[in-house]
Ligand binder design. Structure first.
Ligand code: DC
Length: 212
């Protein structure tokens, strides 16, 4: 079984995906981490983020063992990831890795921007998570402060709006809701409320009541 979770930056999709995977004992892949790893490789090399040859080479060279590195979580790397992820050859280089991950038994939950539209269009369940930009900015700011990073909420909000626009307006695999994705508005839900709503969607689909 494949569960595809897409949504904009800081919508809470990562937490939901992790919790759904734990609930169903499925594998979980935060696909944003892959683009972040490519971005970090370029930043460390001092390379131009729009250098498609270098970015595609970094994507082909990725080591999944490094995906847990907390340095990938920073706002700077996230912003750079939004740039490199718009490069078609980067996305092409990462496609098969994600599809192979998704095919693992007994099931997988993948979260990102294009899981339901491009990576796993045949996913059994698709959830598109949204939340108000102000709510997302507040959450991201608190997370950054908890990691000991300096964070200004107004700047985080501006960054989120810029990322939303870049991720949604790009030509290749833009952020968009798949036609058959269930919408989950996470603006006014706490984590447990969001998890319950996501499980309810999965269970409704499993029970064959996908219109619910
Ligand atoms: O979800 P995140 O903030 O970790 O993602 C970082 C960037 O990576 C995001 O701004 C766009 C890109 N990304 C993507 O293009 N496709 C995905 N499936 C996941 C992330």
């Amino acid at each position: 079984m494949i569960i595809a979770i897409d949504g904009p930056a800081a919508s809470g999709k990562g937490t939901l995906a992790r919790r759904l995977a734990a609930h169903y004992r499925f594998h979980h892949l935060d696909t944003g981490v892959i683009y972040r790893a490519v971005a970090r490789a370029l930043l460390e090399a001092g390379a131009d983020l729009n250098d498609e040859d270098r970015a595609a080479a970094a994507a082909e060279d990725l080591d999944p063992a490094a995906f847990d590195d907390p340095a990938l979580k920073s706002q700077r790397v996230g912003d750079a990831a939004s740039v490199v992820s718009a490069l078609p050859r980067v996305r092409a280089a990462l496609l098969q890795f994600q599809r192979r991950f998704a095919a693992q038994p007994p099931g997988a939950v993948l979260d990102g921007r294009d899981i339901g539209t491009v990576i796993c269009p045949e996913a059994d369940v698709k959830i598109f998570v949204v939340a108000d930009a102000e709510v997302r900015a507040r959450r991201r700011t608190l997370e950054a402060l908890e990691r000991g990073e300096a964070a200004n909420e107004a700047e985080v909000l501006a960054d989120i709006l810029r990322r939303d626009a870049r991720d949604s307006d790009r030509a290749t695999a833009p952020l968009k809701r798949a036609e058959d994705a269930h919408l989950l508005d996470n603006s006014h839900l706490d984590i447990e409320g969001g998890v319950r709503a996501a499980i309810a969607i999965v269970e409704a689909v499993r029970a064959g009541r996908s219109g619910v």
